[in-house]
Design a protein around this ligand. Structure first.
Ligand SMILES: C[S@@+](CC[C@H](N)C(=O)[O-])C[C@H]1O[C@@H](n2cnc3c(N)ncnc32)[C@H](O)[C@@H]1O
Length: 328
């Protein structure tokens, strides 16, 4: 699944061998030149050559200058060659990464796109997002709940949408993201434009239509913390809808009753099934939109709720993954 950690290609090894051989040859030249200068430091000031023939007579100032120039030119040439080979090797390494190469550095392993330069990284991210729009798992944020929120809550929702998009950009397998019921004349949209640079150019499907108009009813699963159904798995045949709602003073059942009225399926995340209560916490299972999205992304990559849930459930909620060795 993770194609970023595969075998090194032959190209990559060839480049490394080239680097070593050029490095050796440069070292040899440096040694050679240090021999020459040692001779000069040892008092044989005029002897710039290892050839015993030439060491018999004094060199003129112009000849000394010429030899020094030649030596420097040779050095410069060798350095330029080495730099070129290094550049080529780096280019190969980066290319290998995109098609699955070895990465030694921990940080780069965690997020292999770090190995690329900015332009290449943006190109790679755009490529992944474009692929996701064609064949990615569909996840939708329903932005038709503005009337349930205060101005402050709309502002917080705008920030959460920015995090959702940021997570999708970084994801190894991004989702095909939809924002539905977008009202371009509404306050929420203006907040999104104000708080999120480039919001209107997000690589997602943004539409004024509601999720009920965009998707078939039987493929929608509306996520709600109040649902009595448990989300056991994620399927590409389904689209998972997250309610675009920030309710600082909790408004229970808003999304659940809306989904029920429309006759669509609902489900809650399997928090109680995979997590135990720790010593302290709020034990509240209502998560923010970006937390839910991060869990879904992690599950899509790992297919394991015990890995995915901690990616979104904050520690302060007081949940820890169940200890499987207890046999619970
Ligand atoms: C802050 S919650 C809003 C909660 C709100 N009281 C409601 O009625 O949905 C924002 C959205 O995140 C999703 N969500 C949050 N916690 C969830 C959970 N434990 N299981 C499933 N979905 C959840 C739901 O889609 C929810 O509409």
């Amino acid at each position: 699944m993770n194609r970023d950690y595969c075998k090194p290609s032959t190209d990559h090894r060839t480049a490394d061998m080239m680097l070593t051989s050029i490095g050796d040859s440069l070292q040899y030249r440096q040694k050679d030149s240090s021999n020459t200068s040692t001779a000069s430091n040892n008092g044989v000031e005029t002897d710039f050559s290892v050839n015993s023939e030439t060491s018999k007579y004094r060199l003129s100032k112009t000849e000394k200058k010429k030899r020094r120039y030649e030596l420097m030119a040779a050095h410069r040439k060798a350095f330029r060659r080495l730099a070129k080979v290094k550049q080529k090797a780096n280019r190969l390494k980066r290319r290998n990464l995109l098609s699955g190469g070895v990465v030694d550095d921990k940080k780069k392993q965690d997020y292999p796109l770090n190995c690329l330069n900015k332009r290449e990284r943006i190109r790679a991210i755009k490529g992944r997002l474009q692929d996701a729009i064609v064949s990615g798992q569909r996840i939708c944020v329903d932005l038709g709940l503005e009337s349930f929120m205060s101005a402050k809550e709309c502002g917080r929702l705008a920030q959460q949408l920015c995090r959702v998009y940021g997570s999708n950009r970084k994801a190894r397998c991004p989702a095909h993201l939809y924002f539905t019921s977008v009202d371009k004349n509404g306050f929420l949209y203006q907040e999104c434009l104000r708080k999120n640079v480039g919001f209107e150019n997000y690589m997602i499907d943004m539409t004024e239509k509601s999720h009920l108009e965009v998707f078939k009813h039987d493929e929608i699963i509306y996520l709600s913390p109040n649902s009595s159904n448990i989300l056991h798995d994620i399927s590409t045949d389904k689209v998972y809808v997250i309610g675009g709602l920030v309710d600082e003073s909790v408004q229970r059942n808003v999304t659940h009753s809306r989904a029920d009225q429309s006759g669509i399926e609902t489900a809650r995340l399997p928090i109680s099934e995979y997590m135990d209560r720790s010593a302290s916490g709020s034990y509240n299972q209502i998560l923010t939109i970006n937390q839910v999205f991060d869990i879904l992304l992690a599950y899509m990559e790992t297919r394991d709720w015990s890995i995915a849930l901690p990616c979104g459930v904050p520690e302060r909620k007081g949940f820890v993954i169940k200890d499987k060795s207890n046999g619970d």
